[in-house]
Design a protein. Structure first.
Length: 642
């Protein structure tokens, strides 16, 4: 099969071993300037450097969104956020209509697999579309601060899982995506990297991930697969590391968080350094053209293959960037940016213009003296937005079922995940410039980390400081309420949840937690009303339906309880507690066959749920399956059923 469709490509670029395999490695939160191959000689990244030396390395590659989920969505759809509707990590889902790289490759006979390092890319967000294997397997059910590691997976484990798949995978062409999350805050590199990079834990995490990349490449060579593999390595976004006051990422659109490493290896194409500007949305069309596969019309990026093989095209990438995090979670202004030829315009309440060639750290705003140029850049930005936004406006936005446990897991990863928000907030109302709120955001982020690690008093102190600047902040009030809830100070938690709802009466998650607080305070009628209202506000909140079911049973309203458990199970067919509760209730109602079906589903979804195994044993007894019943009782006993 011919790999390349570039006119007059030399014969050495043609594969002799059939269709090429495809490997994409994304390293989360990786700044380009913290790799040896991009000029950082204080860090040892020999494996990534070696890959870069044998590939086309892009020196000016950028992400369109400095946030993990929308950045990866842009990479694997080749489309900007306004087209997919994925602008954020909360309340977003890749639409089922999206054409992903995995879908295209699977349709052309590829075996497809992904191995993920963090829950923010969990399959419920839709990036699993097209993958035969999507190894996320994150636990969202346990909420205490002792198991925060359940929301992420170390790079060594990710690579272990990928290597196992490679060993078992049939020898047909495959597409493998590996996502390494270790360089994401908080930085806790394992030994020997913690000692080797003492005082520089971010670099220690990068060096650790470099070693994991080395393991994968060595294994591909060992299996004889590397030579016929098209490979792309990319960061999804960078890290602020204090520049512009931003310690992590997602709040601003400066190049500290937009500039990423990117290198692409096509068998036979040789190595080169490419200084032309490139975007993450360009990766998908580049890989497809390298494989001589059609590029879907939905793709908005451009193929970089001509540059990769040494036949550069005159066309340039569209370097659009955005962050809606300030708007969606804090009701501050969103930020959008356009880069071209080293000039960069940032659309904000106080716009900014930079020449990144002479001012790479974006420290000198040129806009006051270059009004005409800034207006031209603004017009180009708005033209690009109109061009890539569907006629319906804002992309084919799909939302995911609300799971309070997932929101908590995202907070454990440092994601705000406070409110889904909406773009209607930006309808002409003057909103604060994020530049004026970075201190509040920093205090909030620190408070969130404190709360996730059980330091509730410290968290509340920081939130109190933030409140002095932002006295009517929904996320501040909400996080205060959660801290009081965890401290079991239910009267104060109730007051803060109600205070948050005064600011946003439609904030369904606050309404849900108000209901849980009222349960703890013993006010069952108020709790029922709150949980019912939470479900009215958000019919996808299966946890609200489940808790309503338990409340109804406590008040001996069996049929009402049954209805809510069935509702929870229908909303989320993978929510084992709902099926376990249904099975137990069916047993009580002598609907034994229904009990068996529900409990079999519960243990299939959650094999470690001891109570479900025990009740399945009871159900098997009720239908005369004595041997099966004994097996389930034994499983329940081994899992330490109460």
């Amino acid at each position: 099969m011919i790999l390349l469709s570039v006119a007059n490509a030399p014969n050495r670029l043609l594969a002799a071993e059939g269709p090429a395999n495809v490997v994409v490695i994304t390293i989360d939160t990786l700044r380009a300037d913290h790799l040896g191959c991009y000029g950082d000689h204080s860090i040892a990244t020999p494996n990534l450097d070696a890959l870069a030396r044998g590939a086309a390395r892009f020196t000016h590659a950028f992400t369109p969104v400095p946030i993990t989920l929308p950045a990866h969505t842009a990479l694997f759809t080749g489309s900007f956020p306004m087209a997919t509707g994925v602008h954020d990590f909360s309340g977003n889902k890749v639409p089922t209509s999206a054409v992903t790289l995995a879908k295209v490759l699977r349709d052309h006979g590829y075996s497809t697999a992904a191995f993920l390092g963090a829950a923010v890319l969990d399959s419920r967000f839709g990036l699993n579309q097209g993958f035969d294997t999507y190894f996320d397997h994150f636990d969202f059910d346990r909420l205490d601060e002792t198991n925060l590691d359940m929301a992420k997976r170390g790079g060594d484990q990710v690579i272990d899982n990928a290597l196992e798949w490679l060993k078992a995978n049939p020898r047909r062409p495959f597409f493998l995506w590996v996502h390494l999350y270790d360089a994401h805050y908080p930085y806790t590199p394992p030994e020997p990297y913690a000692t080797r990079y003492a005082g520089r834990p971010y670099d220690g995490e990068i060096a650790f991930d470099d070693a994991q990349v080395g393991r994968l490449i060595a294994f591909l060579r060992e299996l004889g697969l590397f030579d016929n593999t098209v490979l792309a390595v990319a960061g999804d976004h960078g890290e602020g590391l204090g520049e512009h006051g931003e310690k992590t990422h997602g709040f601003f659109v400066y190049n500290s968080t937009l500039h990423i490493p990117l290198f692409v290896r096509v068998p036979g194409a040789g190595a080169r350094t490419i200084e032309k500007e490139a975007s993450l949305v360009d990766v998908m069309p580049t890989l497809l053209q390298a494989l001589h596969l059609p590029i879907p019309p939905s793709v908005q990026g451009r193929s970089l293959l001509g540059d990769v093989v040494g036949k550069p095209s005159p066309s340039a990438s569209n370097l659009y960037a955005e962050t809606y995090l300030p708007l969606l979670h804090f009701h501050w202004s969103q930020l959008r940016a356009l880069q071209s030829g080293g000039l960069k315009y940032i659309e904000a309440p106080r716009p900014e213009l930079y020449d990144t060639r002479t001012d790479p750290h974006e420290s000198r705003n040129l806009l006051p003296g270059k009004q005409a140029l800034s207006h031209e850049m603004r017009d180009r930005l708005q033209t690009l937005e109109r061009r890539y936004t569907p006629a319906s406006g804002g992309g084919a936005r799909e939302t995911e079922a609300t799971d309070p446990a997932l929101a908590d897991r995202l907070r454990s990863l440092g994601y705000v995940a406070i409110s889904g928000g909406s773009f209607s907030d930006a309808s002409g109302k003057a909103l604060p410039d994020p530049k004026d709120r970075i201190r509040v955001y920093d205090l909030f982020s620190q408070a969130m980390a404190d709360g996730q690690h059980g330091r509730y008093t410290e968290s509340l102190a920081k939130l109190g400081e933030a409140e002095k600047t932002e006295p009517s902040s929904l996320p501040v009030r909400y996080l205060q309420a959660l801290d009081y809830f965890r401290l079991k100070d239910f009267p104060r938690a109730m007051e803060r949840f109600k205070s948050a709802l005064e600011l946003d009466p439609k904030f369904s998650l606050a309404t849900y937690y108000l209901g849980l607080t009222q349960i703890q305070a013993g006010d069952m009628n108020a709790a029922t009303a709150s949980l019912q209202h939470a479900l009215e506000l958000d019919p996808t909140n299966f946890a609200a339906a489940y808790n309503l079911g338990t409340l109804e049973l406590k008040q001996n309203r069996v049929q009402h309880g049954l209805h809510h458990f069935e509702q929870a199970a229908q909303i989320n067919p993978n929510y084992a507690p709902a099926f376990e509760a249904l099975g137990e209730l069916y047993l009580y109602l002598h609907r034994n066959d229904d009990a068996v079906r529900s409990l079999e589903h519960a243990v299939a979804v959650a094999p470690s749920l001891a109570k479900a195994h025990y009740n399945l044993g009871r159900a098997y007894q009720a239908v005369g399956r004595t041997a099966d019943a004994q097996n389930e009782f034994a499983r329940a006993q081994s899992l330490h059923t109460p």
